[in-house]
Design a protein around this ligand. Structure first.
Ligand code: SF4
Length: 220
């Protein structure tokens, strides 16, 4: 029998995790990226815990908005939500020297590595065998770069597998937008770090567009 997130809503078939595992730790970057994936795993009866570890997001108010949106959707779906550390000082330390890298460059690799290393550690310490991330569903991201980081972090533990499923395919990208609109999720306008905010505003200025005003835009 279908559960409330019926697979009839999906053009993809029931998801199967690596090694037929049933329990997933899902690193989540934000509600819009997580929404479609969360419904897809719920429809596939995969027991999922959402792990919110994103010390890259600045400033703090922006971080709290993104986190709360994700938490709200977890509560709606009945998923466990792990609110991990906001250790932004460690993030800045790790990124030192890479402040002027372009998006999808070396800074982003470090940023992914840091978030996935912590996710893999949590998985290892809490009896998960598989972890995945919501980051790859965004068309702004380089999926190969994300998957390489995901696998690198998993390799630290013999019992952890990184699930590199392509969430964009079979309607995933359009469902991501549909769900964001239906849920009226907060719509962030920059990737997350202070450098992405700086560079997006630079691009906007050059293209005669208004600067980003944080905290006001929602999908509708
Ligand atoms: S642009 Fe995004 S992925 Fe890259 S370092 Fe900044 S927050 Fe991390």
């Amino acid at each position: 029998m279908d559960n409330q997130f019926s697979l009839k809503n999906y053009s993809r078939s029931k998801l199967a995790m690596p090694n037929n595992e049933k329990k997933l730790l899902l690193h989540s970057c934000c509600a819009p990226c997580a929404g479609e994936i969360m419904e897809a795993v719920a429809a596939s009866d995969i027991q999922t815990t959402v792990y919110f570890y994103n010390p890259n997001i600045h400033p703090r108010e922006e971080y709290e908005i993104r986190k709360d949106e994700n938490k709200r959707f977890c509560e709606k779906l009945g998923f466990n939500f792990i609110d991990a550390d906001y250790d932004k000082d460690n993030w800045f330390e790790r990124i030192k020297g890479l402040e002027n890298e372009p998006e999808r460059g070396k800074r982003c690799t470090e940023c992914f590595d840091m978030r996935f290393e912590r996710s893999a550690l949590f998985a290892h310490e809490n009896d998960f065998r598989v972890y995945a991330t919501t980051l790859g569903i965004s068309r702004w991201k380089n999926m190969d770069q994300i998957n390489k980081s995901g696998k690198r972090a998993a390799k630290r533990y013999s019992d952890i597998h990184y699930w590199d499923f392509n969430w964009r395919k079979k309607g995933g990208s359009s469902r991501m937008i549909e769900i964001s609109k239906r849920e009226e999720f907060y719509q962030q306008e920059y990737c997350g770090c202070v450098y992405s905010l700086r560079d997006t505003n630079k691009w906007r200025k050059k293209n005669n567009k208004d600067r980003i005003i944080r905290g006001i835009k929602f999908y509708n």
